[in-house]
Design a protein around this ligand. Structure first.
Ligand code: BGC
Ligand code: ZN
Length: 370
């Protein structure tokens, strides 16, 4: 089988002939890969900054944002059938009996750091023709979402973030049942890449007023896209964060999707009363930046603010992502599809992984759904 693989020791990226997998346990499912999204993490792995092959393998098959189709199921599999479309979760539990998170299937909160991630860390990923995985790591995607199902995994980042917004804003006793929706009346999304744009859509579905703040110019494609989903767009090259704050009023939520530490900490300084700031970006290690720590600390205390980071996603976020994707498809089918800016054959892996980062979400297309 063809597979896109990184050889970290040799610092090489190659299309390899990878052995086809087969079902070995009753609970396993054999999947034909249709689409695999490329993200910043993949590009870092392709630069050898990140990424670990499975023990004993010289290479790691890349890819963690997948959509596949079930070919065959083990005897005990109940939740999916041949022909179903599925997304496979990324992280697998650690081996420690005393990890409370992994032992209940919440490896996205693993406490030992010994978890593995398909296509990233210790396990082969999805940039190949077929994979096998346990039923418990699969979520079924409706057939009508076949052309956008590959967006489920990046959407789970926002879903997990917003589930936690609801949890932490349980502290605000006047909010109603649906705190996740009410807690972020006025939300700012930092960054207009796929994670930011999917987050902006998910916030609009929750009824938030959304401002997207990013580098792209106002009046450009990104700005028009944001306006089409009922959001507002401000360009960081034209408007300062003070301008943004003046427009928004009390900023209830900042959803960071840039990986840019300087901009993020400056934005933290304009977070509102009882506000929540969620980091999703992973910055590279650069020189230390200066922040006004007294101002930030004063605000954190005097405005009851909460700051947290979020990584990976649990089964609840995957299910929420599939529900939300159906809703996004109902409300903004064109804007949803505009996020996928190209489908490429596996042979184009170099262009996608080490070439210039153009477009929004670029996808490696392995096969058509049957
Ligand atoms: C993936 C997550 C993963 C994280 C860190 C992200 O790109 O979406 O599933 O946990 O990278 O490896
Ligand atoms: Zn990713």
């Amino acid at each position: 089988m063809r597979a896109v693989a990184v050889f970290p020791a040799e610092r090489e990226l190659r299309l390899v002939d990878h052995p086809a997998p087969a079902i070995e346990r009753d609970s396993e499912v054999h999947i034909r890969i249709l689409d695999v999204g490329v993200c910043g993490t993949d590009r870092e792995i392709a630069r050898f900054d990140y990424g670990t092959p499975p023990a004993g393998s010289p290479y790691l098959v890349m890819g963690h944002e997948s959509l596949g189709q079930v070919m065959e199921v083990g005897a005990a599999v109940k939740s999916v059938r041949p022909g179903d479309l599925v997304v496979t979760m990324v992280r697998r539990p650690c081996d420690r009996p005393d990890c409370p998170a992994c032992r209940i299937g919440r490896q996205d909160f693993c406490v030992t750091g010994r978890f593995t991630e398909r296509g990233i860390n210790g396990r082969h990923g999805f940039m190949t023709e077929e994979v096998v995985d346990d039923e418990r790591y699969l979520v079924a995607v409706p057939r009508a979402l076949a052309d956008v199902g590959v967006l489920v995994e990046p959407l789970t980042i926002a879903e997990k973030a917003f589930i936690q917004v609801g949890d932490v804003q349980d502290r605000l006793p006047w909010l109603g049942e649906d705190r996740g929706q009410e807690a972020a009346h006025r939300a700012v999304v930092l960054g207009a890449g796929p994670v930011g744009m999917l987050g902006a859509m998910a916030l609009r579905v929750r009824g938030s007023e959304v401002w997207v703040y990013s580098r792209d110019p106002s009046g450009g494609d990104k700005a028009r896209w944001v306006e089409a989903i009922g959001g507002r767009y401000l360009s960081s090259t034209e408007a300062s964060l003070a301008d943004l704050a003046a427009q928004v009023g009390n900023i209830d939520l900042v959803y960071e999707a840039t990986g840019a530490s300087q901009l993020s900490f400056q934005a933290l300084a304009v977070l509102g009363v009882n506000g929540v700031f969620v980091f999703t970006g992973v910055p590279g290690r650069k020189a230390p930046i200066e922040v006004d720590a007294d101002l930030l600390m004063r605000n954190l205390v005097l405005r009851n603010q909460l700051v947290y980071g979020t990584v990976n996603a649990g089964p609840d976020a995957f299910l929420a992502a599939i529900d939300d994707l159906a809703e996004l498809d109902r409300r903004w089918p064109a804007q949803l599809r505009a996020l996928i800016t190209g489908r490429y054959p596996p042979e184009s892996f170099e262009e996608l992984l080490v070439g210039p980062a153009t477009g929004i979400k670029r996808v490696i297309h392995f096969a058509e759904a049957r």
